[in-house]
Design a protein around this ligand. Structure first.
Ligand code: F6P
Length: 589
């Protein structure tokens, strides 16, 4: 071929490669941009294309490209109807989604300040499930039927809340003691020493057993899916497995899991791991915490760990260990009930007596030492020291729901926060200006969203946090695409909300500089940051979180059923996870 011929050939090759690349990019971008608006109520179907991907996911045992699906309550209902027909969903948590309390006018309803509740509530509604939880309200016993059940949400019931009663001694030792003075500080790096008492451990075990009895009593057949929530129930998965061998038990650990060195100080470390390994699946917010868990098992139990499959075999049963980042409802139902941002700003400023021209910075959480509340007060102090021109121009509103208030560590935090707020107000305040408002009261979700919408800046400065849903709620509340999020690098949310101003709350100088950056950020930059964060929360909403776990559960169940049909099931039927795991191994070898 002549030189000219070769040149022409090269041009043709390059042009055809270019065209293929353009076609590929075009097809991918079309596949990925399924507009949320396309999901009108009731029509939020999984498309055929998406189904094909899900089938592939089942075949290969890998995560589906779930971004193809618009995740909504309908998606969950469809997964349940088509992939897990007739399956009862049972949620177990310590905290109940609705608390009834006696007040002067009769009975009042309280929705607790809890990330767990805000995530699980829309899911349980969508699945019409049964939620088993501790009945801690003063009017809880007055509002249940003879089986300790109450239909919720009040006024528009869609699922059953089954309350479990604890004695005062059980509550003290299991909840305040082992869960919150032992496991909570053990799992969070916040430098609060865990306290372990044998009597608390005994109560913890007894209460886990009480909940296991309730799960068995509520199960309508042998094969429910049980969603066990959080560190209050580390022993429950194995207890359920022993009594309902065909149940699929999915345990979600809502807080971090420490490294194995830290974990080793727990006197009952083996028992906790054994209990959790009764689960079919254990979920964490981040891969990092899932890895820490696997390391702890590796160090303290005789087990077989298949890292490539994210699976642990222990005592003849296999558990999958996965990261499922939790999220929130999208769109948040209550947003529809709230007025425009301007009106929210006016209302909040009026309610807290704020001058109209100050920048409003907010913090919203339970009053907990892991949240870095004092650290953000330090950052405000530092801002005023470095940039005194900001005194008088910014107000920090800290809303802190009382939590675990009878424990000394929490009382101490409460007192320190009030003391520091008073000190800052004396130092920088005037007769009609207080730079720091500390409101240690419970606020309803509606009030909280109003505050988010009124704020110029939201500070999430956790010293350590599994996910932190306040960060996601703030983003969801800002349909005006304004507002700046300051987010701790030690919160799981910082792995997803990359456009936030990421800070190390231990670094006061850095946090105060980020605060300055937020105070002076242009509306255009706020929009540029807020928009992708909203897309992230929209596409990775709580229905996707639950849907991914349900799809994994469906896959386990189908493999187990298949084994029974094909005679591969020499093992008892509860070992459906093992057979799947071993088939993968056979295929590989
Ligand atoms: O962060 C762990 C967690 O269980 C959350 O899931 C929940 O929001 C919070 O603690 C609630 O704590 P409590 O039920 O003790 O008030």
């Amino acid at each position: 071929m002549s030189d000219y011929g070769i040149e022409v050939l090269w041009v043709l090759i390059i042009a055809s490669l270019g065209l293929s690349a353009v076609a590929l990019v075009f097809s991918i971008s079309h596949r990925r941009h399924i507009p949320v608006a396309a999901s009108t109520a009731g029509e939020d179907v999984i498309s055929e294309a998406a189904r094909t991907v899900l089938r592939e996911f089942e075949k290969n045992g890998h995560s589906a490209d779930a971004a193809l699906i618009t995740w909504s309550p309908d998606t969950l209902r469809k997964i349940l109807a088509e992939d897990l027909p007739e399956t009862q969903v049972i949620v177990v948590s310590n905290r109940e989604p609705y608390i009834h309390n006696v007040n002067d006018d009769g009975v009042e309803l309280l929705v607790p300040a809890s990330g767990l509740v805000s995530a699980l509530e829309p899911i349980t509604r969508a699945c019409a499930g049964t939620w088993i939880a501790y009945g801690g309200g003063t009017a809880d016993r007055l509002t249940v039927d003879e089986n300790d059940r109450v239909e919720v949400p009040p006024g528009n019931p869609s699922y059953t809340l089954r309350r479990v009663w604890l004695t005062e001694e059980e509550y003290q030792a299991y909840y305040l003691g082992f869960a919150n003075e032992g496991l909570w500080p053990l799992c969070h790096i916040a430098f609060t020493r865990p306290i372990f008492r044998a009597s608390d451990w005994e109560a913890y075990e007894a209460v886990n057993r009480k909940f296991a009895d309730t799960v068995v009593a509520e199960a309508r057949n042998e094969q429910p899916i049980v969603l066990v929530q959080d560190y209050h129930f580390a022993l429950l998965p194995r207890m359920i497995r022993e009594r309902l061998p065909e149940a699929i038990v999915i345990t979600f650990w809502h807080i971090p899991w420490p490294n194995s060195e830290v974990y080793s100080i727990c006197p009952w470390r083996e028992r906790i791991l054994e209990g959790l390994l009764g689960s079919s699946i254990i979920g964490f917010h981040t891969q990092f915490h899932a890895n820490n868990f696997t390391e702890s098992v590796d160090r303290f139990l005789e087990s077989r760990i298949e890292r490539a499959d994210a699976a642990i075999s222990y005592g003849g049963q296999t558990t999958l260990v996965h990261a499922y980042p939790i999220s929130i409802e999208w769109p948040a139902e209550l947003l529809a009930r709230l007025p425009a941002v301007e009106e929210c700003r006016a209302r909040v400023r009026d309610r807290f007596g704020l001058p109209a021209n100050v920048k409003l910075c907010v913090g919203v959480e339970r009053l907990d030492y892991t949240k870095g509340i004092l650290d953000r007060f330090h950052a405000l102090d530092e801002l005023f020291t470095r940039y005194p021109e900001w005194v008088g121009k910014v107000v920090f509103l800290q809303v802190a729901a009382p939590s675990r208030g009878s424990l000394p560590a929490y009382q101490q935090l409460h007192d320190e926060c009030l003391r520091y707020a008073e000190e800052l107000n004396q130092r920088y305040g005037t007769n009609d200006y207080s730079p720091l408002l500390m409101v240690a009261e419970h606020h309803s979700q509606e009030q909280v969203y109003e505050i988010y919408r009124a704020a110029d800046i939201c500070m999430v400065t956790s010293l350590h946090d599994g996910m932190n849903l306040v960060a996601k709620e703030f983003v969801a509340a800002r349909d005006d695409e304004q507002g700046v999020l300051l987010l701790s690098t030690f919160a799981g949310a910082s792995r997803e909300l990359l456009e936030a101003l990421i800070v190390n709350p231990y670094d006061t100088a850095m946090t105060s500089e980020a605060l300055l950056q937020a105070l002076t950020m242009t509306p255009e930059e706020q929009r540029e940051r807020m928009r992708p964060m909203r897309e992230m929360v929209r596409d990775n909403n709580v229905y996707r979180w639950a849907g991914s776990m349900l799809l994994d559960a469906a896959r386990l169940r189908k493999r187990g059923d298949l084994d029974r049909v094909t005679g591969n099931g020499e093992r008892p039927s509860n070992n459906n996870v093992i057979s799947m795991f071993e088939r993968t191994r056979k295929a590989v070898s």
